[in-house]
Design a protein around this ligand. Structure first.
Ligand code: GYE
Length: 323
């Protein structure tokens, strides 16, 4: 009975994801915004996905003729707040904020609102009241965690001891992916997370944490690694290989982002599944700002979708995504 439940759950979740993923991959081709000055406070450059997201957004701004003032905060909330304050002083048309962590934004968002400058939250979330920003453009991190767990449940028939590599502490991405993943594995008494540690979404830290776990845990007990992003998964793959084990076989691996390097790892047989985090949020983002400046109503959340990908399509996905 339980196996039928697993397959039913997985089929419906993956079918929805693949359909929404197809929708998500289409990239808005608007050209609204010409002549606007928009400030973009970006988290940093901690992962390949973040770097790609930045490049895509800057290219779209240039294509549209938007004057984008870009600030890379290198994962510092203080630097993000200082950048936003500078944008406000320059009295620009709008601000895009990709918040490194959830808390601590109410004051600066209030300052922007008082100055009459709309703010769009992009990617991770904030705990500040939604009246303080125009909208949020993002994927559904809880869904991403559910999808990863649904695949792992099906791949292991609901029995697996799991190592979790968490993202940046305090970020909504790490918290919500963990919530979604745990919701699904709670359906399977034989699936449990035996150790969970942050690698801060960074490849070197993912490797260092996995090296440590392979010393403190019995490697033969580890069935899978669930990594909140591909960069930490790739670090873990290196650690697993250096420990003389076969990643993707001795230890299954599932992660999130769908970056080119994870598809290369799939082609090498080193990892098993990645949930896509669509980096094309620039189109919906700029379109929302233009619509707002034209007096149109904007929903408080504009979702972008992603699918789940496996080794059987890794070569073509790599070719599509490599930059
Ligand atoms: O998964 C990771 C980046 O905020 C959801 O941040 C994003 C995450 C993404 O460091 O690669």
């Amino acid at each position: 009975m339980r196996h039928r439940a697993v397959k039913g759950l997985l089929f419906s979740v993956i079918l929805w994801a693949l359909l929404s993923g197809t929708i998500g991959v289409m990239h808005a081709q608007g050209d609204e915004g010409r002549g606007l000055t928009i400030g973009f406070s970006q988290v940093g450059s901690e992962s390949d996905w973040r770097t790609a997201f930045t490049e895509i957004t800057r290219a779209e701004a240039e294509r549209r003729g938007i004057n984008l003032l870009f600030s890379n905060a290198e994962n510092s909330q203080e630097a993000q707040i200082a950048a936003i304050r500078s944008f406000i002083e320059q009295q620009i048309d709008a601000i895009i904020l990709a918040p490194v962590i959830e808390t601590g934004w109410a004051q600066i968002l209030q300052e922007a609102q008082t100055a009459g400058i709309p703010v769009v939250i992009i990617d991770r979330n904030v705990t500040a009241d939604e009246s303080l920003y125009l909208t949020r453009v993002s994927s559904d991190f809880v869904f991403e965690g559910r999808l990863a767990a649904a695949w792992l449940a099906q791949a292991t028939s609901g029995s697996c001891k799991i190592v979790e590599l968490e993202g940046t502490v305090g970020s909504s991405a790490a918290r919500d992916r963990q919530i979604g993943f745990n919701e699904v594995i709670a359906l399977f008494p034989e699936m449990q997370i035996i150790v969970s540690q942050t690698g801060d979404f960074r490849r070197p830290m993912g490797k260092a944490v996995m090296e440590s776990i392979l010393h403190t845990e019995d490697p033969s007990e580890i069935c899978a690694v669930w990594s909140h992003n591909d960069d930490m998964a790739i670090g873990a793959i290196e650690a697993i290989k250096e420990a003389g084990l076969d990643p993707g076989n001795d230890i299954l691996i599932v992660s999130v982002d769908a970056i080119p390097d994870i598809f290369k790892a799939m082609m090498d047989g080193d990892t098993n599944a990645t949930v896509e985090l669509n980096p094309y949020m620039d189109g919906p983002d700029f379109d929302a700002i233009v619509a707002h400046l034209n007096g149109e109503p904007i929903p408080k959340w504009i979702p972008v979708m992603g699918g789940i990908y496996f080794p059987d399509t890794a070569a073509e996905e790599y070719a599509i995504r490599v930059r």
